[in-house]
Design a binder for this molecule. Structure first.
Ligand SMILES: CC(C)(COP(=O)(O)OP(=O)(O)OC[C@H]1O[C@@H](n2cnc3c(N)ncnc32)[C@H](O)[C@@H]1OP(=O)(O)O)[C@@H](O)C(=O)NCCC(=O)NCCS
Length: 147
């Protein structure tokens, strides 16, 4: 059974490695300096959020990075930006353990809602989040890169 903990400074390289693997798995070229910046913001509490790691025999095998957002409509929102389990350790409950701990952390932060995006073709992730009670609400995300 994986041990889920808040990421500590010594976990930083592992967190960044798994976030980069997540981006690559989504077909996005990982940008190490951006990953490092985002992890630093949350880990050093410069931006409110949570980083969790899943450990299996002391190795970090899963990661969740979520940040806090304020919404006049939805209230306190926790947005899951990066969520990844080592491909060799899937379907063993690691992702579920990470998500349940994230929900616990969210309750402690008095979060009203947790949000996340997945790519349309990512059926495993859709099945995973559905199994945890997450639903789509018919919204379409519009975005525009500014850099
Ligand atoms: C999605 C992901 C995090 C799931 O992690 P995991 O550790 O394999 O998930 P779990 O073993 O905890 O699965 C919990 C439940 O989710 C569902 N599920 C998970 N993976 C599934 C899959 N490939 N197909 C169908 N259902 C799946 C099942 O209901 C499963 O319960 P079960 O194994 O008892 O049937 C993992 O596949 C992953 O890292 N994918 C790549 C990154 C990604 O897509 N991240 C999410 C984007 S926000």
């Amino acid at each position: 059974m994986a041990l889920i903990e808040r990421a500590a400074p010594p976990d930083r390289a592992d967190v960044e490695r798994l976030v980069a693997a997540y981006h690559a798995s989504e077909g996005v070229r990982p940008r190490p300096e951006r990953i490092s910046w985002a992890v630093e913001q949350v880990m050093r509490n410069r931006f409110p959020g949570v980083i969790l790691v899943a450990r299996e025999k002391k190795s970090v095998v899963g990661v969740a990075v979520a940040t806090y957002s304020v919404s006049a409509e939805l209230g306190r929102v926790l947005v899951v930006n990066d969520f990844f389990v080592d491909p060799t350790l899937r379907r063993k409950g690691v992702g579920k353990a990470l998500a349940l701990r994230l929900l616990e952390e969210a309750k402690a932060m008095r979060i009203d809602r947790m949000d996340l995006e997945i790519l349309p073709a990512n059926e495993p992730a859709a099945a995973f989040w559905r199994s945890l009670g997450f639903r789509t609400h018919g919204r379409t995300i519009f975005s525009r890169d500014l850099t």
